[in-house]
Each structure stands twice: as structure tokens, then as C-alpha cells.
Design a protein around this ligand. Sequence first.
Ligand code: FE2
Length: 217
Amino acid sequence: MDGTYNYIPDLSTNTKVYTIDAPQEIMDINHHLVNYILDMDGLGAGVHDTINAGVSQFTGWKSFDNPHMQQLLDWIGQEIKIFLSPHVVDCLPVFSQVWGMGYEVNDVTPAHSHEPAFVSFTYYPYIEDSEIAQPLEICTFPDGSIEMDLSMCADHVKESTKQWGKTLLTIPPHTGQLVIFPAYCFHQVKPVTVKTDRYCIAGNVHHDFENQPPFWN
Ligand SMILES: [Fe+2]
């Protein structure tokens, strides 16, 4: 016997997207973060994962092994706690995946969510030109009604011509900007048409239930 889907308006979720600029100590390591993306391009665990299959430079899925990444994630963890408050008290963020990307001409990220992750983020260590770089778009679920020409994009994303949502929120990226959103939010980056540096570090977080209060001291 099949189950029944009862669709609830998304208003039930109080969905919010949080943006904040990095403090100076993070701005000071941005160049190291960009170098990490460049040095680790095509390397590291999970590099063949396909969630961002249309992006030229991809560091691998589990990029925790660098002191600058650790410093960045320490700050992002604090911001995620702020993002979740006051509805979620005492979240202990655990980073389950972290990856870096560099966009080039004809790179693209069709609409997708990060489920089954809990909270997701994107941080931009370097954006050459905010007005030229493709924005991050928070969008509706891709129901197949919006079509884009992906003929110039990587072969393995050419099947995704109808994987686009209606834009709900446009976030032009800039250097030092952090965006935090619930992992279920669909988002997309339309095909890059102009050469301009656009580096980002993205990831997923879950809550550490094993060490949550009152079991930790
Ligand atoms: Fe994503």
C-alpha cells in the first residue's frame, strides 16, 4: 500500500537565510583559503561527488585537514549557533562535509538542496567583482517548468536543463561573505558567462547529539 503525501505550505518552516561578513582575522586568511582551493583541486576524499558536478575546481568533499580551514570553520560554527537561536538552543555544530570550489566560464550549479544535511553554508574567500560574479539564488523546488540552455556547460550537467527553480532570493557574493541556510532550501547558480574569479567554500553541519547537554561539561 502506498503512503499519502500531504503538502504543507513552506510557511510552516519559518525559513530564513542569514548573511554576515567575516571578521578581520578571517579576512586575513582569505588568500590561504583560495590557495587551498587551487592546491586541492581534484584531490581529497569525495572529489567525485556530484552535487556540484558542473564546477571546474572542486577540492573534495571532506576538506578539514588545513589550519586555515579549521579557523574558518570555528568562526562559521559560532555563526551557525547564532543563526539557529533562539529556536534551537545549545546546538553543537559538527561539520559533516566541507568543500571548496572555483567557478570558471560555463560552470553552473543547477537547483539542488543539501538534504539530508541539517544546516548548510557558503563562504566566499574571494570574489573578483560582485557585480559580474553569478549570484547565489535561493529558489523554489525545480518542478521542470523552467528550462535553461546548458549546451555550453560540462557534459554531465547537460541533462539538467529543467532542473531550475524560480528565484526567491538573489545573493550577489562578495569577498568575506558567509551565507547560512537550512539544508532543505533549494539553491542554484546560473551558468557563468564572463571570466571572473569566484571562489567559495561550502559545507554541511549536523548537531552532535552524543555530546549535547547535560552530558558535556
Ligand atoms: Fe549547494
